[in-house]
Design a protein. Structure first.
Length: 400
């Protein structure tokens, strides 16, 4: 997800507060000359998207590590795996926190969760809680039925589109859409016990609520840890939402969370009223945690964050996976991925079902896959379309 856009481009960014005046301070990495007070912020605004500008600067300066001052903050970017490992492994104790920034603060509900939370006692407790109670091997096995249901639904949905509805679709399937649907269905099912927030869609695809939910998750992910001017001039935040990021991310969080938070409130009430007595999904587990007992707000924030983690990563990984399945990049150290088991199971199962169930070819009339990237992010500019044909006996495809 999330934290990890920069891992995918081997770009590691760390915010260093300035240590004024120390003569013993070691030299900073090379970088453009900053103006007094504002640093390089004007160049940043003139050269969007910022991560591409940083890559360009690194190429021009022929450096694999660069220091760019924005406002009062030194941003250090690394594009070399060996140097990145120095940060992620050797110096993990120093660099494993998260920056305090507008998008991280809002997305984590005010640092109530884990992934986006700066190093703190709260992070320690939440990380341990996730590892022992939510993402443990026991819980993973307990949730297998729900994951299987979504893998079957994936087969059913693609089969319908490429075979039953072939007259309309000409057998062409949008891989990005089906992969995103699978990931968001799995997390909704294991978290809330249902694929749908509302009535859903009879063909196993998303209903209006799920489409809105996924669109909002994508918007949040697109603005999380983005270069936002008020992060470098925090006092400005009281006056203006300079680049509009805050409004966009607030709206998207609101839209995504209105679907989920309603379910959390209803479920807490069901347990209080005694109408629910048996745990069936992770929301039940969250509500019944004893040590620590989580508040409603903490549960909501943590669930939102896990949904973002599960939605984004397996989808990206499958679209990028190479032949040796060596793309899974869970990172290491204190802040390494806490959901490796779920993430790798989902990714491998998704790929396995897609390949076992169907043959995949270029759509009619196309001679190559266009791998061009978006300018604004690292997604492929055009979604991957494929001509899909069932390769198993027809009775093996679920059609319920
Ligand atoms: C293929 C799937 C996934 C990949 C590639 C992935 C990758 C990552 C990466 C690179 C990090 C950051 C590590 C760092 O900063 O050093 C991370 C953190 C994290 N991931 Fe994943 N992830 C995946 C799936 C999941 C899933 C399914 C969950 C849970 C539902 C999850 C939960 C977390 C959590 C809680 C953290 C934060 C750990 C902390 O800050 O202490 N991840 N993940």
């Amino acid at each position: 997800m999330i934290v990890y856009g920069f891992f995918l481009v081997s770009l590691f960014i760390y915010w260093l507060t300035r240590n004024n005046g120390s003569k013993l301070q070691p030299p900073l990495p090379p970088g453009p000359k900053p103006l007094p007070f504002i640093g390089c912020i004007i160049n940043m605004l003139r050269n969007k998207p910022t991560f591409r500008w940083i890559h360009r600067l690194m190429d021009e300066m022929k450096t694999k590590i660069i220091c760019i001052r924005l406002g009062n903050i030194h941003v250090i970017a690394v594009s070399d795996p060996i140097i990145a490992c120095k940060f992620l492994k050797d110096k993990d104790a120093i660099f494993s926190s998260r920056p305090d920034c507008m998008s991280g603060f809002l997305t984590s509900g005010g640092y109530l969760s884990t992934v986006l939370v700066p190093m703190s006692d709260h992070w320690k407790i939440m990380r341990k809680t996730l590892a022992t109670n939510i993402l443990s091997l026991d819980k993973h096995k307990w949730l297998q039925d729900k994951r299987d249901r979504e893998a079957d639904n994936l087969l059913r949905y693609i089969y319908k589109r490429c075979h039953i509805d072939a007259a309309v679709t000409r057998g062409v399937v949008n891989v990005r859409t089906v992969v995103q649907q699978y990931s968001s269905n799995v997390i909704r099912n294991i978290m809330f016990g249902s694929r749908y927030f509302g009535k859903g869609n009879a063909d196993g695809g998303p209903g209006d609520e799920e489409i809105e939910h996924v669109d909002s998750l994508l918007t949040v992910l697109g603005h999380l840890y983005a270069f936002c001017v008020t992060d470098y001039f925090p006092w400005l935040r009281w006056i203006t939402d300079f680049d509009g990021h805050e409004k966009i991310i607030r709206n998207a969080i609101y839209t995504a969370r209105k679907h989920q938070d309603r379910l959390v409130d209803e479920r807490i009430q069901e347990w209080k009223d005694g109408v629910r007595t048996k745990e069936d999904d992770l929301l039940d587990v969250f509500i019944n945690l004893k040590n620590p007992r989580l508040t409603g707000n903490q549960i909501k924030a943590q669930i939102f964050e896990l949904i973002l983690a599960t939605f984004d990563n397996p989808a990206n990984e499958v679209v990028l996976t190479d032949h040796n399945l060596q793309m899974l990049s869970f990172s290491t150290g204190r802040r390494g991925c806490a959901g490796v088991l779920l993430g790798s199971t989902m990714t491998v199962m998704l790929l396995a079902r897609l390949l076992q169930g169907f043959t995949w070819e270029l759509p009619p009339g196309e001679s190559y896959v266009d791998l061009k990237e978006n300018i604004q992010d690292l997604m492929k500019a055009n979604p991957l379309l494929a001509l899909v044909k069932p390769r198993l006996s027809h009775h093996l495809y679920p059609t319920y």
